[in-house]
Design a protein around this ligand. Structure first.
Ligand code: ADE
Ligand code: ZN
Length: 322
């Protein structure tokens, strides 16, 4: 078996960010929305840098208007995951885009997403769990609304709470109230940190939001003392190397610190983030890691074990997936 055929555990993928461009173009045509400006001549998403990426992302998301649209999106995304032999996936869902933070509207969107996930589990064996996320540049008050959405729907499917968006806006600690609400509801926590912010953003996330996982976290490498603390505390990094290279956090794969972080004892896992935006899949992530760092099958099996141990699911699910 080749390395890319291995079963995979993915912990960090944004549902809207995983929308195939052709799917979004189809929805735009149905809804008579003009999205031509966000695609290049080959039909791929087009953006200049991270902040432009966020704009294009939100424009693409604007045609996802109904729970039925999200049902179709979820099926389309999970079909891509199955093609990479992903057997367990955690997907970030933004209540801000699913009803604007209104709990009743969110529950309708979530039911449609869960229906698609349940069908795909029956049809293709893939298990999905949902992590509602607030969007950092929408601010702390809106984040409280998303935490309330998460709190009201916590259960077997909704198992975590997180934050994405523009890491340059405000501080992690500004979102403490929302994260405290989520923790008290029994949700497990992760936040994007150390992608566009430096090591201090990772420190803030652990101290102020008390997260057990960090989305990206790679810029911790700029402070080796912090790297050792992460290793010691067993904080898990959801590393998305293809995303980091595509968005320019690192110029090329060989500059990426994932191997150094791992060698120094940090628990690293690998995910795609927003695969069609970065022309990536879980297969291509594995392939690039093998090629760049010489990782072999045993390394990838260990990577999957770390990811499954850190998954926001119960032990029965973990055992069923293993
Ligand atoms: N939302 C979707 N992708 C993201 C990323 N790479 N960083 C922050 N927020 C995001
Ligand atoms: Zn992300």
């Amino acid at each position: 078996m080749s390395i890319t055929d291995l079963p995979k555990i993915e912990l960090h993928m944004h549902l809207e960010g995983a929308a195939p461009p052709a799917f979004i173009r189809g929805l735009a045509a149905e809804k008579k929305a003009d999205l031509s400006g966000i695609f290049d001549e080959r039909g791929a998403y087009k953006y200049k840098d991270f902040w432009d990426f966020l704009r294009v992302y939100e424009a693409a998301t604007s045609v996802l208007k109904t729970p039925q649209d999200y049902y179709r999106l979820t099926r389309a995304v999970l079909e891509e995951s199955v093609a990479s032999n992903v057997v367990y996936t955690e997907s970030f869902l933004a209540p801000d885009f699913c009803g604007g933070g209104d709990v009743a509207a969110w529950a309708d969107y979530l039911a449609a997403i869960k229906q698609a996930a349940d069908e795909m589990e029956r049809e293709a064996g893939i298990v999905m769990r949902a992590i509602p996320t607030c969007v950092r540049h929408f601010g702390p008050d809106q984040a409280k609304k998303t935490a309330q959405c998460a709190q009201e729907t916590v259960g077997d499917f909704v198992t975590g709470f997180g934050m994405g968006g523009d890491e340059a806006m405000g501080k992690q600690g500004d979102f403490k109230y929302a994260f405290d609400m989520a923790r008290e509801a029994g949700l497990r926590l992760t936040t994007h940190a150390g992608e566009w912010g430096g090591p201090e953003s990772v420190r803030d996330a652990i101290r102020d939001l008390k997260v057990e996982r960090i989305g990206h976290g790679v810029r911790a490498i700029e402070d080796l003392g912090l790297v050792d603390e992460l290793a010691e505390a067993g904080v898990v990094l959801e590393v998305c190397p293809g995303s980091n290279v595509a968005l320019g956090v690192y110029a090329k794969w060989s500059d990426h610190p994932i191997a150094k972080l791992r060698e120094r004892g940090v628990k690293v896992t690998v995910s795609t983030d927003d695969p069609p935006f970065f022309h990536s899949t879980m297969r291509s992530e594995f392939d690039n890691l093998a090629e760049t760092f010489g990782w072999e099958e045993a390394d990838f099996v260990a990577l999957n074990t770390t990811a499954l141990d850190a998954a926001f699911c119960d032990n029965a699910t973990r055992e069923a997936v293993a």
